[in-house]
Structures are given as structure tokens and as C-alpha cells.
Design a protein around this ligand. Sequence first.
Ligand code: HEM
Length: 412
Amino acid sequence: MMRNPLETYGALGRRYGDAIRVPFGRERALYVLSRPEYAEHVLVANQANYVKAFTYRPLRAVLGDGLLTSEGETWRRHRRVVQPVFAQRHVVGFAPQIVETAAKAVERWPDGVMLDAAGELRRLTLDIVGRALFGSELAGEAGRTGRSLEILQRGAVAGTFLPGVAAKRGLYQRVPGLSGALAQLDGLVQRVVRGSSGGEMLHLLKERGEFTEEELHDEVLTLLLAGHETTAASLAWTFVLLSRYPAARERLEQEVDEVLGGREPQAEDMDRLPWTRAVLEEAMRIYPPAWTIERDALEDDDIAGVQVPAGSTIAIPPYLLHRNVDIWPNPEGFQPERFLGDTGRSRYAYLPFGGGRRICVGAGFAMLEAVLVLATISRTHRLDLAPGMSVPLRAEITLRPAGAVPMRVTRR
Ligand code: HEM
């Protein structure tokens, strides 16, 4: 489980179905639940009985009291400040900046050359979130930040089951390797916070939140990391899948050409690009960047027929939920048409952004960004994997391609 959680979850699911009890320690158990009814109960209907699981502790050591890892009153206060910036009617205002940043990045790509698509997309999404939320130019930091995140994710997973250790930032700072990664991220946050131009989110955090300096640091770091790593992963998987499914890619290029007719995309095009959106949704079904969502139960509960004692850990892995054959026939197949029209599926059958009050605060921003970036790139360029090349997965905190993803870029 520790060495290869994704494969282990997959194997457990195939062998034991969609409600699995995995004993660990003397009394506790992990429940791996992958049906929409279970997800709805834990994340929404009875969410007051659940807190973020102990497995988030190492993440908490890094992100502190930011939105992703805080609880209770601190979480509520932060969410009240951050959420309005991500309201749909507000988010569309970021569209011109997203498209401009993406178009500029693509212009730099030489024709016919192999690039590391994962690295390029991480650089682009960090640049977008830096500019849009904080008025900072961060593209040049992407390489180092990516390496820090690799190191910290590995350290976090390794530290999960060492209770006294996992939650302490001070201890991480003493581990060679981890300390360098933390210092790099601190430097990044400091440059953003001290940046002269600011950006709307930074103003809000400074003025509305009554945050301590540490809380401000934690929230900026949370938004920078949660706001680019996942979107980069979903775009990287999308290009990998498009390269393997030429018919889906042709339909995408056709849609982009017809709708845009040579101009750049804008927010209003979101509804006119249903296939582009479906391609992204299907990529996030197969490779959900947040591949598992975990909670600890405060009291005994009955989760749609599964009895769980207080103190149990519940995993609702989108990775398994999105492969449940009762809901998703041919689950390994890339079929964006699953997301067109009225599907009749439960809304809890597909949870790339989680659910309930802890649902991803940046979901609207992420979808806008991903559709606009995919349309901007596909308008002029095509990315191809080397023939026969496989892309290994790495599932730690996020599910992403392991290492570089060499793809050939050609101008269309
Ligand atoms: C494809 C891109 C993204 C995916 C798949 C994703 C996924 C998720 C998921 C599943 C959660 C809930 C975790 C849980 O319940 O334990 C979450 C929370 C969160 N996400 Fe995202 N996210 C994405 C993009 C973004 C962006 C662009 C931002 C900000 C700019 C962002 C900021 C956050 C924050 C702050 C939280 C914590 C919210 C809270 O607990 O109140 N995410 N995300």
C-alpha cells in the first residue's frame, strides 16, 4: 500500500468490490468506498461527522493553516475570504490573462522538437495562477518548485504512518532534502507576498482576513500549490490521451477551428466548446489528479449500509469511483462522449473536485483555465508521444505522470 497505493487500491477493488475494510494497527481500519451513495453520505449528507483524515497530516506540516488543511473556525474564516474571488461571474474575468499567458508560452515552442510536456504545462499553470491571483511572474520558478513538490510529496507519503512525526513542520525542516524544498517554497511565498503589484487575491488576504503573517503565508502557499499542480497534471494527461486517441483529437481540432475561426478563445466560448470540455472531463475521470479523498469518522456511522466505528478512516478514491463498472462501462477506454448531453448519472459518480463544503474552491477557475489552455494550444499546435512510449504514473498526494513526458510539438 505504501509503495504502490494506486495499484493496491485497484487490486483491492477488483478483488473485493466497492466497499472494502482494510484493518491496520490493533483496532483501526481503513474503509475504501467507491460507490456514489457512499461518497454522498460521507462528503455531503453526514459531513459534520467527518474531518480530514490523519493521512493529511504531512500535507498539513507543509501547508499549515491554509484552506486545504485547516479545520473548524480557521477554515471557515479563510474560506469566507477566498471564495468570492472564485465565484463564477468573477472567475470569467481571468480569461484574457489565461489565454494571453498560454498563447505566449506556446509561441516559444520550436516546431518539430521534443519537449517535456509535463514540465511545460507545470510552468504554464504556475505562471497563470501567479499572475491571475497574485500579480506575480512565476514561470521562472516552475522548475525548482516542481522539484520541491516531488521531494515533499515523497516525504509526505513516507511520513504518513509516523504519527508524532508527520504533523511537525520543524521536524521536516531538519531532514536534509526536505528542508531545502521547504526553504525554496518559503522563498517563493515571500516574493509573492512582498511583490509590488499584488493582485486581487493578495489584497483580499491582506485586508479582509485579519490573518497573522503565518496564516497569510500558509494561504498563499496553499493557493499556489493547489492552484497549479493539479491543473498541470490534468492537462498533461489530456495531451497524453489525445495523442493515443487520434479520432478524439481530430474532433477537438475541428471544434476549435469551427468555433474560433482563427481567433483566440474567450470565456464566452466555454459553452461553445462542449467536446473540448468533455475531453478534459474524461481525462480527469481516468486520471483524477486528486485520486483519493480521505476522512476520519468522529462518531460511529452507517454509510449507506456500511457500519463504521468512530475513529475509522474512510477513503473515497475518485480513481476507483471513476472506474466502477456499474456506472462506467469500459472504464479504461477514453470516451469523452460520456460527458455529452444528459447522462442520467448520479452527480456523485464523478468527483474530480470532491464534494460538500470542502469541495475544491478553485473548481470553476480550474475548468475555465483548462478549457482555455487546451483550446489555445490545440488551435495552433499538436503534441505527440513517441510511438510505443508509455507514461508511468506516480500517485502520491496527486496523481501525475512520473518524471518528464517527452512529446513532439508540431505546428498545425
Ligand atoms: C484540475 C484541477 C483541480 C483539481 C482536480 C482539484 C481537486 C480538488 C479536490 C478533490 C479538493 C477537495 C479535497 C478534499 O476534500 O479532501 C480540492 C480542494 C481545494 N482546491 Fe482544488 N483542484 C483543482 C484546482 C484548483 C485550483 C485552480 C485552485 C486554486 C486556484 C484550487 C484550490 C483548492 C483549495 C484551496 C482547496 C481546499 C478547499 C477547502 O477545503 O475549503 N484547486 N481540490
